[in-house]
Design a protein around this ligand. Structure first.
Ligand SMILES: [Mg+2]
Length: 273
């Protein structure tokens, strides 16, 4: 059993995990946010959002004292007090946009770099201000695929030749450096914490989507939060850590997961209700 006194690093996805998928509310998670804050435990956001988008949410959540992982693991941003420059994994944004520029002649697609704030706002249902934050990118490019599936296979191959990879997000495909994932960034950050504090940390990760699986797989303890509108996900049976699947979605499922690992008595009571 884990306790709040352990050397614990907690990594969390935002949308559909700590934040409600639709309303962005974290009300159900507030009691746990308060407890983790009182115990001074690092709660590290790991999201597909950009650093500019996360920084605003991180402040509202009261988590600005901690680093965070942006763009699905392409970037780690440190708090100002750490005096540590942001770290990019894989190719940087200029290299990705440059590689995509050359592929426009052979494939039909449109990325955020090919559109203005107003167009991205329309694609995403954002305000122009939100679109501006979503377009400040460091190491990944979302794109709308306008070609057929056969061309998509050729596109993947062309990207692979440039050490780039394509992943499927909710609405967009994302181009990023090969090997980039939330899990890889979380492992790097855990090692960084261990060197900085000269002690071993136990890791707990919470997420609800396919892009969270590498994160959950890399953690000692993992909470797979029930997704609102998709098929249940599966983790390899070979994963070394412990896994809990929440029954509730969003921040209620997020809290349920922390109840399970950090308040086992309470989790048993809920299971028997
Ligand atoms: Mg999510």
């Amino acid at each position: 059993m884990l306790t709040l006194k352990d050397n614990l690093l907690i990594f969390t996805d935002l949308d559909g995990s700590l934040l409600d998928h639709d309303s962005y509310s974290w009300q159900a998670a507030q009691p746990w946010l308060d407890r983790l804050s009182a115990a001074r435990l690092p709660l590290i956001i790991a999201s597909s959002k950009t650093a500019a988008e996360i920084a605003i949410l991180q402040q509202r959540l009261g988590l600005s004292a901690f680093p965070f992982i942006a763009e699905n693991g392409a970037q780690i941003v440190f708090p100002p007090g750490w005096r540590h420059p942001a770290r990019i994994f894989g190719a940087d944004y200029a290299a990705i946009v440059n590689a995509l520029h050359h592929l426009h002649a052979s494939f039909a697609f449109r990325g955020f770099a090919d559109a203005d704030d107003a167009t991205v706002a329309q694609w995403c249902g954002f305000t122009p201000q939100e679109a501006r934050l979503a377009r400040q990118r460091a190491g990944s490019e979302p794109l709308c695929w306008l070609d057929d599936q056969q061309q998509l296979a050729h596109f993947r191959h062309a990207l692979a030749q440039q050490r780039l990879t394509l992943t499927r997000g909710g609405r967009f495909y994302h181009v990023m450096g090969r090997g980039v994932s939330k899990g890889r960034a979380a492992r790097w950050l855990t090692r960084h914490y261990q060197l900085r504090h000269q002690r071993v940390f136990t890791t707990l990760a919470l997420g609800d989507g396919p892009n969270d699986l590498p994160l959950l797989q890399s953690a000692d303890y993992a909470v797979l939060i029930r997704a609102l509108r998709s098929e249940p996900l599966s983790l390899p049976a070979t994963r070394r850590g412990r896994l809990y699947r929440s029954r509730q979605t969003g921040p209620a499922g997020w809290s349920e997961g922390l109840d399970h690992f950090l308040l086992p008595g309470k989790a048993r009571r809920i299971a028997h209700e």
